[in-house]
Design a protein around this ligand. Structure first.
Ligand SMILES: [Zn+2]
Length: 398
């Protein structure tokens, strides 16, 4: 998640906020100032409600941060480097640069956050009981106690990517000794949980006309889609494990010479190729960007004859130029893709292949077939053969 606002470092960890954090502050502040606080203590000047509400929503963000810091600090103690903590619309995200190595580590990292929320809830509750402050402040602190308790309980719901989903994952991992199987189960549980929240939120919205139902639907939708994509990424990692980029790539794809007139490129290559994206090469055959059919169709026909491929090509995003011998999981490193293109493959500086989303899908499906096939050994001889769509069209004179 991108940090729009850097808040500084806590315990050496960069802490920031996504712009959508502003929406929770406004939402929570608004609900507190117009509903919660006026219901608790009546007939106060509006400015006083808003001031206390603002302070309470900042304290709430602090509570979220405490929850995430607990995850981060325990993770670091267990040897998992922490990249950053970012607050956003639906809470906080801690990004790690690695994974926990044992179910026990995963369990400890996951429960640390909800435990801190529970602890904060207890502290706020004690403050309500024992401190004798103005009624409005007591009401705000009581609300903070409640919210932290809700945070602890909600996060322990058993579905990835919630903390409870990680705990479930750790338990299954330990029980069966099979991390991949636990991945699948936790992701599935997250999807089911997400759908259940969407359903509950919808019912609340229809039967009780509570806008809280909308909020629950939003969280459910986020959960379900995050669980789904997490499951996909895990499955992809598993399917690519032990394979090289050359096992996945399309070899000798049609390429776009940077110096060619667009007119010529369309006639010679684009109209005959079965590709939708083309690695762009310079005179020496080195990678010089990416050209997509999308970009070509956007050029007015009148301009096609006086422009060259280089002027429409997009630069290849960093990290997308791979070598055939690279580990195939590098294809999955998150970064923007151009159309279907996931990577350009070059050997000794020359473009020799490319990896598209279709290549990835095919490889993953083959991986599934391979593990379930009864004739594994017979099939393995064909592993390195790649059938690529269309014939290479390098002939500039055609
Ligand atoms: Zn958490």
């Amino acid at each position: 998640m991108k940090q729009s606002l850097r808040l500084g470092h806590v315990a050496g960890i960069p802490v920031g906020a996504h712009w959508s954090t502003l929406m929770i502050v406004l939402l929570i502040g608004g609900v507190l100032a117009t509903t919660v606080l006026p219901q608790a203590v009546r007939d106060q000047p509006p400015a006083r409600y808003w001031m206390i509400a603002a302070a309470a929503s900042i304290m709430f963000l602090g509570s979220l941060l405490g929850h995430e810091l607990a995850h981060a600090i325990v993770a670091r103690r267990r040897g998992v480097p922490v990249k950053s903590i970012t607050l956003w619309l639906l809470g906080g995200v801690t990004e790690f640069a690695g994974e926990t190595k044992t179910p026990k580590d995963e369990f400890q990292v996951s429960v640390a956050g909800p435990l801190v929320s529970l602890l904060l809830s207890g502290v706020f509750y004690l403050a309500v009981v024992f401190l004798n402050g103005p009624a409005l402040i007591v009401a705000a602190v009581r609300w903070l106690a409640l919210m932290n308790a809700v945070l602890a309980v909600f996060n322990m719901l058993p579905g990835a990517p919630l903390d409870g989903g990680r705990v479930l994952h750790a338990a299954l991992w330990r029980m069966h000794g099979d991390r991949v199987r636990a991945d699948r189960a936790a992701a599935k549980a997250g999807q089911v949980l997400g759908m259940a929240l969407i359903g509950l939120g919808g019912m609340e919205l229809i039967l009780l006309a509570w806008t809280g139902g909308l909020w629950m639907m939003l969280i459910g939708w986020f959960l379900a889609s995050a669980a789904r994509s997490e499951g996909l990424v895990r499955a992809a990692h598993e399917g690519l494990k032990g394979r090289r980029v050359r096992d996945v790539m399309t070899t000798s794809p049609d390429v776009a010479p940077a110096w060619q007139d667009i007119d010529d490129f369309i006639a010679i290559v684009a109209l005959r190729s079965r590709q939708t994206v083309f690695p762009v090469v310079d005179f020496g055959g080195h990678s010089a960007g990416v050209l997509s059919l999308d970009a070509l169709t956007a050029i007015p026909p009148a301009q096609r004859h006086d422009r060259r491929v280089a002027t429409v090509a997009r630069p290849l995003p960093p990290g997308h130029l791979l070598s055939p011998d690279d580990d195939a999981t590098r294809i999955l490193e998150p970064s923007p893709v151009v159309g279907e293109l996931m990577a350009v493959v070059a050997e000794a500086g020359h473009v020799v292949g490319m990896v598209t989303t279709a290549d990835l899908t095919r490889t993953l499906q083959q991986a599934v077939l391979r593990t379930t096939s009864l004739h594994q050994d017979a099939e393995r001889t064909d592993d390195t053969q790649q059938d690529h769509p269309g014939q290479p069209l390098h002939d500039p004179g055609a």
